[in-house]
Ligand binder design. Structure first.
Ligand code: CTP
Length: 393
């Protein structure tokens, strides 16, 4: 059964973005009843929401059909998301005023299970009354997706703009699906291909798209982890809601990882590091008719990392028919907790094939799955490895 998340919409011009948020939440697998305030239904009609949710649209505390809906709607609800949240609904929630359906729900809800996405004019947002209300709600455990800076409906540019629908939907999912082990754990994922410079315009690299790494970063972020993505060149969009560090070469990757490893709980090394680098790169564009370049191995990044207590997951790609053969050797040579073996045919594609090999010798096979699905499986694998490392009470 889908998890339930309630979307409350209050009367800001940004209410026109609420259907986009609703669609994203249903795509993420949530069942989403919608509650509209009177002012919200002046900005956007209930029919729009009715066409996007199977869970009903509620707008009246007094309708016979909706009697006690402020209590029944909270049954089994993981999170109440108020998006957009006006200064008025924030003030009502802070003061405990319950004079319509949405404010009654907010009074009945556990404050820690409420997420506000404010949207208003900059003056209203910066007004001490609003700021005090926001701080009072935060002290009670309520969550906020801070409004952004940008052009506001009143014509001025300032703070108060509703955060992007993607960002709001991810913040909601992080709270509603927070993993008991992974929430707030610091996860580092590397992705994409590194490049080694031959001359200022040419590089040695490989065909990695960065899809596996970015899917992993998204999957961990959705479960509430603090994710850092260390990315070389990638051919897919960067995910939102994660910290991104861009690198070019193997040496740069090694330097960044060495710096963040001491504060990392798990590192997943999905990047395809270019294995070779010119012994010397030319300072200007090479023009020779025939050219031999002396190349050497790049540093083994995983092998050169300082000792740490982080869970380490490597990836192995081979072109041989038995593409799992060398993976166990890499697992022990690189001192990893697990390694994900892949055939080279999956590079760049949306689908993958993998065997996850653990130090215990246990193996898990995933045949013809989307990289997104493998990423979800690896989230569980890492959660188990982290739980095993945690001292038991
Ligand atoms: N890796 C690394 N440093 C490198 C090359 C690879 O840390 N210079 C990491 C990869 O990110 C991956 C794992 O090591 O997680 C295995 O990478 P793979 O390319 O399969 O193996 P290599 O160690 O490069 O060995 P070979 O090229 O001989 O197969």
């Amino acid at each position: 059964m889908n998890e339930r998340l309630l979307l409350g919409v209050s009367g800001s011009i940004a209410a026109y973005k609420a259907p986009l948020i609703l669609r994203k939440l249903t795509e993420q697998g949530f069942s989403v009843p919608v509650v509209l305030t009177r002012a919200a239904s002046r900005f956007i009609g209930r029919v729009t929401f009715e066409s996007l949710t199977k869970e009903g649209v509620y707008d009246n505390l007094w309708a016979r059909r909706q009697a006690l809906s402020h209590i029944s709607l909270l049954d089994g609800t993981r999170l109440v998301l108020v998006a957009p949240a006006t200064a008025n609904i924030i003030a009502k929630a802070a003061s405990g005023i319950a004079d319509d359906l949405l404010s009654s729900i907010l009074l009945a809800a556990d404050p820690g299970k409420v997420l506000f996405a404010p949207a208003m004019n900059q003056g209203m947002w910066e007004n001490p009354a609003t700021q005090e209300n926001v701080n009072r709600l935060k002290k009670r455990g309520a969550n906020f997706v801070e409004p952004g800076f940008g052009k506001l409906a009143c014509g001025v540019t300032g703070e108060g703009r509703l955060a992007e629908p993607d960002e709001i939907a991810l913040a909601a999912e992080r709270l509603a699906r927070a993993h008991p082990v992974l929430a707030d754990k610091r996860i580092v994922v590397t992705a994409g291909r590194t490049e080694e410079e031959i001359d200022p315009v040419r590089v040695i690299t490989n065909r990695s798209s960065g899809r596996m790494g970015t899917e992993l970063a998204k999957a961990f972020a959705r479960r509430g982890a603090e994710v850092t993505l260390v990315a070389g060149e990638i051919s897919v969009p960067l995910p939102c809601g994660v910290n991104v560090i861009r690198v070019r070469s193997a040496i740069e990757m090694l330097a960044e990882l060495t710096a963040i490893l001491p504060s990392t709980d798990a590192l997943l090394m999905a990047a395809a590091i270019a294995d070779y680098t010119p012994v010397q790169s030319a300072s200007s564009k090479l023009k020779d008719k025939d050219l031999s370049i002396k190349i050497t191995r790049t540093p083994d990044v995983l092998g050169a990392l300082p000792d740490s207590s982080a869970v380490l997951i490597g990836f192995s790609v081979e072109t041989e028919p038995d593409w799992t053969k060398t993976a166990s050797e890499k697992l022990s040579a690189k001192n990893l907790d697990a390694i994900v073996a892949n055939p080279a045919t999956v590079i760049g594609g949306e689908q993958t094939e993998a065997e996850i090999i653990f130090t215990s010798g246990k193996r898990m096979r995933c045949t013809s799955v989307a990289k997104e699905v493998l990423a979800t499986k690896l989230v569980e694998v890492v959660a188990e490895l982290l739980a095993d490392k945690e001292p038991h009470a």
